[in-house]
Design a protein around this ligand. Sequence first.
Ligand code: NAD
Length: 449
Amino acid sequence: MRVSIVGTGYVGIVSGTCLASKGHDVVCVDIDEAKVRNINNAVPPIYEKGLEKLMLDVVPDRMRATTDLHSSVLDTDFSLIAVGTPFDGQVIDLTYVKEVSRQIGRALREKDGYHTVIVKSTVVPGTTDDVVLPILEQESGKSAGKDFGVGMNPEFLREGEAIVDFMYPDRIVLGGIDNRTRDVQEELYSAFPDVDKVRTNNKTAEMIKYTSNSLLATMISFSNEIGNLCSAIDGVDVTEVMKGVHLDKRLSPIMPDGTRITPVFTSYIEAGCGFGGSCFPKDVNALIAHGRRAGSPMRLLEAVIDVNREQPGRIIMLLKKHFPSMKDLNVSVLGLAFKPSTDDMRESPAIPIVRTLQKEGAKIRAYDPVARHEAEKIFGTNGIRYCDDLISTLEDADVVVLLTRWEEFGSVPELVSRLPRQPLFIDGRRMLDSRGFSNYEGIGLGRKA
Ligand code: NAD
C-alpha cells in the first residue's frame, strides 16, 4: 500500500520504517526540515536501537521524507496522523492534530479516489469522530464513509523497545467509522496475520490506549506508595516485599513443569523515583481532565499523579538526611533519560532532581549513555559537568545518585569500591544490591533494613 505518515517523532518514524520494511511504500511528512533531510539520508531523527539499520534497508526505495503533506496525500491511499498531542496543563492540546487534519482535508478536496485517514496519535475519546472527522469533511467538501474513511489505530510501542514492539505487536486495535475503514487497516497490517486484532469503533480504540497507560502508571504509583511506607518502617525493604508479592501465581504463573513465568508486567511493580516520559504523565493527566469534563472524576488517577509528582523529592530527602546543606557538595548523577535505552528526557524524574541540586548549589557531574544532548537542551551547559563515562563521573563524588536503570550501571559497585573515599550512594531505582556499598540509601528501604 502507499502510505503517508504525518509526524516523524518516535511513533511516526518507527511506524514508517517498520511498515516500509513490511513492503509498503511510505512517505514520511514533517514540518521539521532537518528531520526530513536526515530521514532521506537514512539518519534516524531519534535514538532507538535497530532503527538505523532498518532505515538503511528501506531508504530511499521504500521510504522517503518530505515537508509537502498535500502531495503526499494525493500520492498515497492511506494517511496516518502521528503528531504530538501534549497536555497543556488543563486539557489535551490538539493544535497539531487539527492543523494536520485541515491540511489533509484540503488535499482530499483535489483527490479523486477513496482515501483512508487514521489517527495514530493518542487522543481522548471522541477526538477522531468529533474533531478530526468534521474538519476533514469541512475542508474537503466530501463525506466521511463515502469518499474517505476515518479510523483510530492507537500505538503501544515502548521507547527503547520500539522496533521490536512494532514488529512483534501484542495486539492491533483497529478503530473505524465503518467496516471499510477497518478492512483497509487489516490490509495495512496483513504482514501480522497471527496478532490479536480488536475491531471496534473510534472512541473505544481511543479509550483502550488511555486505559492501558493508566493501568501501568497506577501500578507504578501503587508500588511507590508502598515503598514510601516501607521506608518509614524499621527493618522493611520494599524490594523484599515486592519479591513476595511477585510470587503470587496470578502475577508469575507456575508452569506444569514447575518453572515460573515472570511477565514484563511485574517490572511495573517496583518502587523507584517515579515515572516520566512522553506518555504516562501526559496521558493520565489528559484522562483525568477528560473525566472531569465528562462528569466522571478520576479520583484514583488523580492520586497516581500526586504520588508521582512527589516521588523525585524522595531522592532529595534521602540526600538531605546525610547532607542538610548541598552547597558545594559533589553530586554525581547517573542516568538522565526517563528510562533506559532511550534519549527521551520528557518528564524525566531527573529534571526536578537536577534542578533542585542546581538551586541548592551542588557541584553536579552527570552521565547518561545517550541522553546528554537532550539534557544540555534542558539544563544548559553551565553548572553541570557532563561526563563521557562512569569513571570520570564518580571521581571526587560525595554523593552518587542513580536515576535510570541503564544496564552498564551494573558495574557501579565495583567502580565505587575502588574510589579512595566512599560516597553516599542513593539508588533511585533499587537497581543495585545495597550490600555492595558502605553507605547506601534507596527508595523504600526501611531505616534499619
Ligand atoms: P513527537 O513529539 O516525538 O513527534 C511529533 C512530530 O510531529 C514532530 O517531529 C513534529 O515536527 C511533527 N509535526 C508537528 N506538526 C506537524 C505538522 N503540521 N505536519 C507534519 N509534522 C508535524 O511525538 P511522538 O512521541 O512520536 O508521539 C506522537 C503521538 O503518539 C502522541 O500522541 C503520543 O502520545 C503518541 N504515542 C507516543 C509514544 C511514544 O513512545 N513516544 C507511544 C505511543 C503513542
